[in-house]
Design a protein around this ligand. Sequence first.
Ligand code: GDP
Length: 311
Amino acid sequence: MNKESKIYVAGHRGLVGSALIRRLRSLGHNNLVTRTRHEMDLMDFPSVQNFFSREKPEYVFLAAAKVGGIHANNTLGADFIHENLTIQNNVIKSAHDAKVKKLLFLGSSCIYPRDCPQPIKEEYFLDGKPETTNIPYAAAKIAGILACQAFHKQYGDTFVSVMPTNLYGPNDNFDLATSHVFPALIRKFHEAKTGGAPTVTVWGSGAPKREFLHVDDLAEACIHLMHTYNQPDILNIGTGEDISIQEFAEMVKDVVGYEGEIVWDRSKPDGTPRKLLDVSKMNDLGWKANIRLRDGVASTYQWFVASLKTA
Ligand code: GDP
């Protein structure tokens, strides 16, 4: 992949896609192709086929997906499985037909068995049942990985799959009904501070542990792999460190400068108890995460406050 290579980022307005675009641009890539949902519906196979045969991108980052937090996943399973299977099927087949040089598919750490040993090694893939709150989403991502591997095996396509841990950063979804815990807590503590609320309600018991990766670190990892990695074997991308939801809530509270109390709503699900990725393969391939969690909370909080002013 060089500066003139034609690169298509599917999902360029989302958390991951927008980070990829920022990073590719800053590296001097000047032949990026994007389409808004209005310009091309990734759910519509003829439109996607037509786009690929006309534009003939050489490299594809497949970052378009329907994503959401524990509540959205638990209640909108039909949408998650249907939309993700359709989008990835359309893009993967079209990329194959258009003979792209390489495609990188964004999976998720939720594909792994819920109760597997920690930290999670890539080899645990398909060794057990994923966490039930997000099984339709996990099933779609599992199918995406298997599709990439099958196209590699049957046709020799260079379709690579990566499994990022829980991501955060600019352009995240801050809607409390559908978001992940990271943006939800930024918003909740900010609104409680500015509104003078005495308490903030955080879901579950606080005991589950999560690993959080800044999306700019992920973008760097994906671009590094686009240059260096051609194997069908999946790769974990994370920091290698996790934190309990309780400790995380205290951290966000502190960064935001909120002085009230945290209340735990135990009627909400905890989800998987832990999903810490083993990132030694990525480290061996020459990448490691750079952005410390507290710095990432602070910069994402600043971004969120700025976005309220421009909204
Ligand atoms: P998960 O990693 O797929 O479980 O997705 P989430 O990021 O949505 O949730 C992670 C953990 O944070 C779960 O244990 C949630 O119950 C907990 N959590 C605490 N407060 C919130 C909140 O306000 N929103 C969300 N989405 N999760 C929360």
